[in-house]
Design a binder for this molecule. Structure first.
Ligand SMILES: Cc1ncc(COP(=O)(O)O)c(C=O)c1O
Length: 370
């Protein structure tokens, strides 16, 4: 049996007639950049997240950059974030000329440890940027408390967490703003690059809309309020996301079923640590990440029987060449470093069949018994 990490063709096949009609409409209208499909998706996604506004942008990285800029982050400032993330989180801070300050993670959930964040706040800190990694929300209440106490912007990197909840609140509706990626493999994925920002701060949303479109005054074409960017969402991506959004909860529910099936089948395998869901969390399992001391050998054994796995991410960000100048060393962030050496992502997507989940679990059990 073949078990891929993901298979986007299955999702497309299930939606094909609707999707083709929605894409054809954008083409017929020639509304290729922003336009009605993007506006409709923005409204629907804001409502879904329980935020007043959503601003559609070009990708998740640009979402982060725009929000950091509007939050006033710039040279001489520090932004506290996690090393256990995709590079874009840290890259966005560097792009603004600010310094990323890395707080280690909580080992159980791979999310930023609020106690460490508290220790890293200085007069130069302007923002906190937790990541809801793998679809599990960061512990937001202590971070909200710190942000209020020190007058900091709390920005959620919700790129991997569409539909995740913290104490009942949707990811993207908790901090000042939530930054989403709609990269094709995400829980809600476009057919190319796309991103979005949710916020209930009207002035912030207005500024984001201005800056994503070169700073152009919406009422005066070619009149610029300030230098901005080309960070607009394409009309075709708005249409794709509009077709997919009504299915998100059902897809996330299936991801949770798959996770539960893995956990039941793998319970008692002492060599593995299974993913945990904090009592405050509604996890949406963008990834299903286990820990194993012999991760690489396990991955190789699974590959031999047709099972794909992945490591997200193998290199602690602070130990990669691109971020050496931040001055961290081996041992600086031990929880993240240990996690990177042990984590393994098993196949996870809504269309995964129970028989495939069982096949993966059976082969993991066989590997450890062998
Ligand atoms: C945690 C996290 N932040 C930011 C991003 C950046 O999003 P994009 O690839 O849409 O620029 C990603 C995408 O993979 C991500 O996983």
């Amino acid at each position: 049996m073949k078990v891929p990490m993901n298979d986007l063709r299955l999702q497309h096949a299930a939606l094909q007639p609707q999707m083709e009609a929605a894409l054809a409409q954008v083409v017929a209208d020639c509304s290729f950049i922003l336009g009605p499909s993007v506006s409709a998706f923005e409204q629907a996604f804001a409502a879904y997240c329980g935020a007043d506004h959503c601003v559609g942008v070009s990708n998740g990285t640009d979402a982060l950059k725009l929000v950091l800029r509007v939050a006033g982050v710039g040279p001489g400032h520090e932004v506290i974030t996690t090393p256990h993330t995709f590079a874009a989180t840290v890259e966005a801070i560097c792009e603004l000329g600010a310094r990323p300050v890395l707080a280690d993670i909580e080992a159980r959930h791979f999310t930023i440890d609020p106690a460490q964040v508290a220790e890293l706040i200085t007069p130069r800190t302007r923002a906190l940027l937790p990541v809801h990694i793998y679809g599990h929300p960061a512990d937001m209440d202590p971070l909200l408390e710190l942000a209020t106490k020190h007058d900091l912007a709390l920005i959620e990197d919700a790129a991997q967490a569409q539909g995740a909840r913290y104490k009942g609140r949707l990811a993207g509706s908790i901090g000042l703003a939530g930054c989403f990626s709609f990269y094709p493999g995400k829980n809600l994925g476009a057919y190319g690059d796309a991103g979005g920002i949710t916020t209930s701060d009207g002035a912030l949303a207005e500024k984001l809309r201005l800056l994503r479109n070169h700073g152009q005054d919406p009422a005066r074409k070619f009149f610029y309020q300030e230098p901005g960017y080309n960070h607009r969402m394409d009309g075709l991506q708005g249409a794709v996301l509009g077709v997919k959004l009504p299915h998100l909860d059902q897809w996330n529910q299936r991801r949770r079923q798959v996770a539960q099936r893995y956990c039941q089948a793998l319970e008692g395998v002492e060599e593995l640590i299974l993913p945990a869901e904090a009592e405050y969390a509604h996890h949406v399992y963008h990834l299903f990440v286990v820990r194993a001391l012999d991760r690489d050998r396990l991955a190789a054994a699974l590959k031999q029987v047709g099972i794909d796995t992945a490591v997200q991410y193998p290199h602690p960000l602070h130990l990669t060449a691109g971020y050496a100048s931040l001055g961290y060393r081996q041992g600086s962030l031990p929880q993240c470093e240990q996690a990177c050496a042990q984590i393994l992502s098993l196949p996870m997507f809504p269309e995964l069949a129970d028989a495939q989940v069982d096949y993966v679990a059976d082969h993991i059990r066989l590997y450890y018994r062998g």
